[in-house]
Design a protein around this ligand. Structure first.
Ligand SMILES: *Cc1c(COP(=O)(O)O)cnc(C)c1O
Ligand SMILES: [Zn+2]
Length: 385
């Protein structure tokens, strides 16, 4: 069973039903967040029963939003390996860095987690045509999970999306629409499709449940580190679903009383210098981000000019004493080569950006050799060829 109660807007605290389809808070232009009965959960659930014997994200179904487990669309997402680096880093304490290898998820990216949750909940509340504006990976994940439970899907993506991903969407049977523009232009087309009345948008933070799937990365980390969270998490930030999701997981874990100590990780957002709205706002002390004009980077998944969760992202970076940092495409390419050569991992550019950020933050002294650090390798490099 799920302990889900309802959803709430973090800005105005308005509550929303979890039984009907939900989007976001239109009054505040803010995402809404799923709330669970964590008091009952604390009394009844035992953290040690979440053994990895039944692998995958849905073993945490008590803390995921679907009540009718027969409605779940799953392909075995989650429980991705945490690979301790062998040569990474420049000191002799290199074994304090781990790579969360999300490339082994179904559809080869961590978008699988969010779309498994969103499609499952859509399936439970009776939606049957789902559309998404996407840089690619979210589109193929939507298409795969939708086909699994026989829902219709449409992926609206920039024309320069890697060919492998476009083909993948078509194979899964998604209506695949190519747009001569950025993801923000795709979003406008999705808006028109939604207004036509036939389609429901599962765009980042326009629906509340992709976040819930992504938050499980936080639960997995807590469990892997025996309920003592690592010191640093470096996350390639586009919409910020995983960053907001993991922080939400940590708050839930505190309420559940499952953490051995209350020290939460410093959360680091890495963006490309060609599209860095979060970095700019963080450095200028702003509470929200400005739309980034003429966004350009090889890391398509983080080519997001503005996130609906901009305020939440900035709050989390500050509350956790973290940072936002920009890396150039050249630094990303060098880090991609370094990861492959030194560790045997072929990462997407977004994942490689976390290593580029790690290298900068260790040289500046922000990350010390003793810091247990997690780099998120969010997708496989193979998808970008
Ligand atoms: C979507 C995506 C990201 C960014 O994730 P958000 O949660 O939207 O910030 C990073 N890397 C890859 C490979 C992606 O597809
Ligand atoms: Zn609100």
């Amino acid at each position: 069973m799920t302990y889900l109660i309802n959803l709430e807007c973090p800005q105005c605290e308005q509550s929303f039903s979890a039984i009907t389809a939900q989007t976001y808070c239109h009054d505040c232009q803010s995402p809404i967040l799923a709330r669970y009965d964590l008091v009952s959960a604390k009394n009844r659930l035992d953290r040690d029963e979440y053994s990895t014997s039944q692998a995958g994200m849905w073993r945490w179904h008590d803390l995921l939003p679907v009540d009718n487990t027969g409605r779940i669309s799953t392909l075995g997402e989650g429980d991705t390996p945490l690979i301790q680096t062998k040569r990474m880093g420049k000191s002799d304490r290199t074994n304090q860095v781990w790579i969360k290898d999300e490339s082994i998820n179904p559809t080869a990216s961590f978008k699988a987690r969010g779309l498994s949750a969103a499609v499952s909940k859509a399936n439970e509340v009776g939606l049957n045509q789902l559309v998404i504006p996407t840089a690619g990976n979210a589109g193929s994940a939507l298409a795969a999970y939708a086909s699994r439970v026989r829902l219709k899907s449409a992926a609206v993506m920039p024309i320069d999306t890697p060919r492998a991903i476009i083909d993948e969407c078509r194979f899964y049977g998604a209506e695949t629409i190519l747009v001569d523009g950025l993801i923000s232009d795709c979003a406008r087309i999705v808006d028109e499709m939604v207004e036509s009345g036939e389609w429901f948008s599962v765009s980042t933070f326009r629906e509340p449940y992709r976040l819930e799937g992504k938050k499980i990365m936080g639960y997995e980390l807590a469990q892997a580190f025996e309920w003592q969270l690592p010191n640093i998490i470096i996350y390639p930030t586009g919409g910020g679903t995983g960053l907001v999701g993991m922080w939400k997981a940590f708050q839930e874990l505190l309420e559940l009383g499952w953490l051995e100590d209350k020290n939460l990780p410093k959360m680091i957002s890495v963006q490309s210098s060609g599209c860095a709205p979060v970095v700019e706002a963080f450095n200028s002390g702003a509470e929200s981000c400005d739309f980034w004009k003429n966004a350009e980077t090889i890391a398509g998944g983080i080519r997001v000019p503005l996130s609906l969760a901009d305020r939440l992202i900035l709050e989390i970076l500050r509350e956790s004493a973290g940072r936002a940092i920009a890396v150039s495409d050249l630094e990303i390419l060098e880090a991609q080569a370094e990861l492959a050569r030194e560790e045997g991992l072929f990462s997407s550019p977004e994942g490689a950006a976390t290593l580029a950020a790690y290298n900068l933050l260790t040289s500046s002294g922000f990350i010390t050799p003793d810091d247990r650090t997690i780099l998120f390798m969010t997708a496989s490099g193979v998808k970008y060829i």
